[in-house]
Unconditional design. Structure first.
Length: 122
């Protein structure tokens, strides 16, 4: 099967490529902060993944790009880096495919996970 060898989907403008690079910089800055700025990191991951999804980038390529970003600053110990990687991948999957669980609203209101769901046996 022939697939493009580029990590960037065909058809992006220079401005769109610059935006993606800016979002990668936001993620990198949050990762290099001491301690890691998880709030900025999560917002950066969600925004970056949303832009990549909108551009048609496959989820696998997005996860690989985020993995490279998390591994670049060589966060130690390895257990901290692995824990951070798990959270980043979870945020990536949530942003790409939709909310998976937890309280996205906060303590004040009902979360999506609190709403009863209809399940069919078919």
């Amino acid at each position: 099967m022939d697939r493009p060898h580029s990590d960037q989907p065909v058809g992006r403008t220079t401005a769109q490529l610059a935006d993606v690079q800016d979002l990668r910089s936001v993620i990198s800055a949050a990762l290099t902060a001491n301690p890691v700025d998880e709030c900025a990191l999560r917002r950066g991951v969600w925004t970056y993944v949303g832009a990549e999804r909108h551009a048609g980038t496959s989820p696998g390529r997005v996860i690989m790009a985020l993995t490279e970003l998390v591994e670049a600053p060589r966060i130690s110990p390895a257990s901290v880096r692995q824990s951070l990687m798990r959270r980043v991948i979870l945020w990536c999957v949530e942003a790409y495919f939709g909310h998976l669980g937890g309280d996205i609203v906060g303590r004040e209101g009902d979360a999506l996970s609190d709403v009863p769901m209809l399940v069919s046996n078919r």
